[in-house]
Write a protein that binds this ligand. Structure first.
Ligand SMILES: [Mg+2]
Length: 381
């Protein structure tokens, strides 16, 4: 229906962040993204593979490995392939087993964009979002990294207060936790919707830290313990009233299902990159719904194509908390999408209404920030 794939264009982009993103495992100052353009005779589908650098993700999800997966395995496999249903996209993506989920997400999401264009439907509609969800829009939350001092953290929050974000997420790590939360509560009050993300930095020896944090009326504890430490997560969720949210664990599908079944969490952060695209994200969203576990949409953060994808995903009914999706101007000195990602009203992102992803890219900006470029087409003759 969308025609056979004639060309896949990969463009590795690097755009500086306005401030480094620091988490417990490391920091990043430049955004790496691989733009994936999948072209048929009828149109071009856009996807983004949004890898991270050392310390923030597993080694297999770093830019070099993602580039190789896309260039050597995934792009050649797409050439000549025709598809007309999301099930066919899922089947094709299964053939990319062993590749980084981030690389798979880059190509899988581009195919959803093409399918939406062919069907004159938005990706949110293809996913099954209802009309009133589409009307409501998507709540945008402010996400902040670690700062060298409490004063700098408070200043960073202050700098964004008038943008209307629907909640604030701060990073914590052992030794920088209760004091940070207490300072934010004292400075901004009890009413501020607030959550913490530990990026897996604690162990079950730290339950007392979370018992103390439990008194600050936080929305959730995001990934308090390591991705595969289900025993620690279960013990914590039993010990506190604040919901535990999975993030890094979600990169391990077997562990995620087990964690949900065993009550290790009450909330799951859906990330298209970690999950490998819309199909797996929708499946996890539905699994969570069946178990009474709420979702929300996180970000790596991605450039505009990835943020726009997240907006479509966050239109699903079981996405019940504000997202980490933020305007282009929040993290990056520039962005490649047209229009830029912006709040429609303070703290709210509108779901695009044009078919597919609903965003275009600015070719001049893509050229400006590209560090590597590859076109894959059918072999001649
Ligand atoms: Mg997280």
């Amino acid at each position: 229906m969308a025609g056979a794939v004639e060309r896949v264009t990969l463009t590795h982009l690097q755009i500086p962040l306005k401030e480094p993103l620091r988490v417990s495992g490391g920091e990043v100052a430049i955004k790496d993204a691989i733009l994936v353009a999948v072209e048929t005779g009828h149109g071009i589908g856009l996807g983004e593979c949004s890898p991270m650098t050392a310390g923030l993700v597993d080694p297999c999800d770093m830019p070099e490995r993602c580039w190789d997966d896309l260039a050597l395995r995934i792009a050649p496999d797409l050439i000549g392939w025709a598809f007309g249903a999301v099930e066919e996209i899922a089947e094709r993506a299964e053939a990319w087993a062993g590749c980084s989920r981030f690389a798979v997400a880059g190509a899988e999401t581009a195919c959803w964009d093409l399918l939406g264009q062919a069907r004159h439907a938005t990706i949110a509609e293809l996913l099954g979002a209802s009309l009133d969800q589409l009307d409501r829009g998507v709540e945008s939350g402010l996400s902040l990294g670690l700062y060298p001092t409490i004063v700098e953290l408070l200043r960073a929050i202050e700098a964004h207060m008038d943008e209307g974000y629907r909640r604030v997420k701060i990073r914590v790590r052992p030794g920088q936790d209760v004091e940070l939360v207490r300072a934010v509560r004292q400075h901004f009050g009890e009413e501020l919707p607030l959550m913490v993300d530990a990026n897996g930095a604690y162990t079950s020896a730290d339950l007392d830290v979370f018992r103390e944090l439990d008194g600050f009326d936080l929305l959730m504890f995001e990934q308090p313990m390591a991705a595969d430490d289900l025993d620690g997560l279960i013990a914590l969720q039993k010990a506190v009233a604040t919901p535990v949210c999975l993030d890094e664990t979600v990169g391990r599908p077997d562990k995620t299902a087990e964690a949900i079944r065993l009550g290790a969490c009450r909330i799951v952060n859906l990330k298209l990159q970690r999950l490998g695209g819309f199909g797996p994200a929708l499946a996890l969203h539905d699994l969570c719904y069946r178990h009474g576990v709420a979702c929300w949409v996180g970000s790596m953060p991605e450039l505009g194509v990835g943020q726009a994808q997240g907006i479509h995903l966050a239109a699903l009914g079981n996405c019940k908390y504000p997202s980490d999706l933020q305007p282009s101007a929040r993290w990056f000195v520039d962005d490649i999408v047209v229009p830029l990602i912006e709040h429609a009203i303070p703290g709210l992102l509108r779901i695009p209404t044009r078919p597919g992803l609903g965003y275009l890219i600015d070719p001049a900006k893509v050229r400006r920030y590209q560090v590597r470029h590859l076109e894959v087409t059918a072999p001649r003759g």
